[in-house]
Design a protein. Structure first.
Length: 157
């Protein structure tokens, strides 16, 4: 919210005069749009960081362990990145349409976790002979920890 100093003081006074149970923050349409835009940028930054970490894991595994390890790391990264990207898309759509809710987030998070587990299971069945598990787990873990890349460059606060 971009309130002028005089407006901020007035807003604080109104909130201070109210009972804590009755306090409600009312956002203007412009404030709501700014928050939605900031959330969308945050989602895209997080996805970009996870993708970069997954690719870094594939390159590291490929250099250290060969082509099979590189592909395994990429597959492990994809097992988390693909459901997470679909979840982020679903969140962005629900925010744009005004249908965002805690239930939307919780159900999407559960579906994302089950989809990741299913993709890892399918990966173990389809590529069982050529899969290098340490590399696949490296790709999965580095993709999961993609936000660390944002923290390194202070893009996440």
């Amino acid at each position: 919210m971009n309130l002028q100093p005089a407006q901020q003081g007035k807003a604080r006074q109104v909130l201070a005069d109210q009972d804590p149970v009755d306090r409600v923050l009312v956002l203007s349409d412009a404030d709501r749009a700014a928050l939605n835009a900031q959330a969308g940028r945050g989602l895209l930054l997080a996805l970009a960081a996870q993708g970069a970490m997954g690719l870094a894991a594939a390159v590291i595994a490929g250099v250290v362990g060969g082509a099979a390890a590189g592909w395994s790391a990429l597959a492990g990264a994809g097992a988390y990145f693909i459901p997470n990207a679909l979840f982020a898309l679903r969140l962005a759509v629900s925010v744009r349409t005004g249908k965002a809710s805690p239930f939307t987030f919780l159900s999407g998070e559960l579906i994302k976790l089950f989809a990741t587990a299913l993709l890892l299971w399918l990966l173990s069945r389809v590529a069982q002979d050529s899969l290098v598990w340490p590399a696949a787990l490296l790709g999965l873990i580095l993709t999961l920890k993609g936000y660390l890349l944002l923290l390194m460059f202070r893009k996440l606060s």
